[in-house]
Every structure is written in structure tokens, then in C-alpha cells.
Design a protein around this ligand. Structure first.
Ligand code: DC
Length: 220
């Protein structure tokens, strides 16, 4: 079974995907971290993020390691740096490049080989694993997503906590993710939409878990 979790920033994907993986004993892959890691490596290499073939080369060569909750690319720990506002913008920019997506989608499919995987992103149920056994699309109102992002220290550690700034940055990135030509963020026809606005995260996890278990034919 592969569980695909998609949705916009701040919808709760990371929390829900990690909890599902823990409950089910599955592996967890955050594909957003892969786009972020490639973007930071390209910046480190002094590459213009609009140079598609140069960023593609970075994606092909990059050794990305996710051990122990850290993200390490080519030996550099980017766990904190990749969640800064600059990391947000850089990741959205490389995620628009078709050649980069091709490289990362191939890597993501390779993770799926053994099954028993929860993968979160924007195009997991639509492109990476269109045959995933369970597809969940998490959403929440723009206000609530901005509030969650502003309260998330991983994203605001660099000091920007003004809600209006966070909301406008989030809106710009969402627009980029939804309108890009390749694999834009969309709701798969067969995905279960969960609106998490005002819903305690524990309740969202329970609902997602019961959906996955019903797909597994498990009555628990
Ligand atoms: O989930 P996130 O915010 O960490 O993702 C970082 C960026 O990468 C964001 O702009 C969306 C993009 N992304 C994508 O295009 N496809 C994915 N499967 C995952 C993330």
C-alpha cells in the first residue's frame, strides 16, 4: 500500500503524514524536502535557479539523506536553511522546472518499490503514484494556513513572524504551485478531501487513518 498525501502549504500534510507512517509502521517521505534540498544545493553552487539544465544536473547528482529527521544534501545539513522564507521561494522556483521534476519523480517512484510508504507533496496522487492505494488531499482556509505557518518555528526562526507577510508569501507560493505548467497542485478525482480548518490535528489523523485502514480492508 502506498498512501499519497497532497495539498497546499500549511494544510497539515507533514504532521498527518508522519503520524500515519508511525501508526502504520510505514516509511515516510517528504517530497517537498527533496525540492528544497535541490534548490539549496543549486544556490550553494552559485547556479541561477532559472537555468533548467544546470539545476537538472544538480538534481541528478545530488546525494540526499533523510536520516534522523535531518536533511543532508551532498554532505551539507540543510534542515534549518531549507525552511527559511528564502528556501520557500527557491524551492517553489525549482519545482516549476519540468526537467527537475522528472529527475525527482523518478527518485520518488523508486522509494515506492517496496510499498508500505506514506509520501507527501503536491503531485503524489496525480503524477508520482496515480495508482496509490489511498489518496488524501488536505486543505484549510488561507487564513488558517497562514496562522499555522506563522506559528511554525521551523519557518519563522529567521525572525519573520508578521502574519500579513507570512500570508502574502504563502499566497504567492500557492499561486506558483497551482498554476505551473507541469504537475500543478490539483485534487485527484479519486482523492479524499479533508478540510482541516478548525479541526484538531488528532481528529484529522484519526480520519485519515480510518480511510487508509478501510482501503487496506482492515476493520480496525
Ligand atoms: O511541501 P513544501 O512546502 O516543503 O514544498 C516545497 C516546494 O516544493 C513548494 O513550492 C511545493 C513544491 N513541491 C512540489 O512542487 N511537488 C511536490 N511533490 C512537493 C513539493
Amino acid at each position: 500500500m502506498i498512501v499519497a498525501i497532497d495539498g497546499p502549504s500549511g494544510a497539515g500534510k507533514g504532521t498527518v503524514a508522519r503520524a500515519l507512517a508511525r501508526e502504520l509502521g510505514y516509511r515516510y517521505v517528504d517530497t517537498g524536502a527533496m525540492y528544497r534540498a535541490i534548490a539549496l544545493q543549486a544556490l550553494r553552487d552559485g547556479i541561477d535557479l532559472a537555468n533548467e539544465s544546470a539545476v537538472e544536473h544538480v538534481a541528478q547528482e545530488a546525494v540526499i539523506n533523510f536520516e534522523g529527521g535531518r536533511t543532508v544534501v551532498n554532505g551539507h545539513d540543510v534542515t534549518e536553511a531549507m525552511r527559511t522564507p528564502e528556501g520557500d521561494v527557491a524551492a517553489a522556483s525549482v519545482a516549476r522546472l519540468p526537467a527537475v521534476r522528472r529527475v525527482l519523480v523518478a527518485r520518488q517512484r523508486a522509494f515506492g518499490k517496496g510499498g508500505r510508504l506514506v509520501m507527501e507533496g503536491r503531485d503524489i496522487g496525480t503524477v508520482v503514484f496515480p495508482d496509490a492505494g489511498a489518496k488524501i488531499y488536505l486543505d484549510a482556509s488561507p487564513d488558517e494556513r497562514a496562522r499555522r505557518r506563522a506559528a511554525d518555528r521551523a519557518h519563522t526562526g529567521s525572525g519573520r513572524t508578521d502574519l500579513a507577510d507570512v500570508a502574502s508569501a504563502l499566497e504567492a507560493r500557492d499561486a506558483s504551485d497551482r498554476t505551473r505548467e507541469v504537475s500543478p497542485l490539483t485534487l485527484a478525482a479519486d482523492a479524499e478531501l479533508i478540510d482541516t480548518t478548525g479541526v484538531p490535528i488528532g481528529d484529522v489523523v484519526k480520519r485519515a487513518l480510518s480511510l487508509v485502514r478501510s482501503r487496506l480492508g482492515d476493520s480496525a
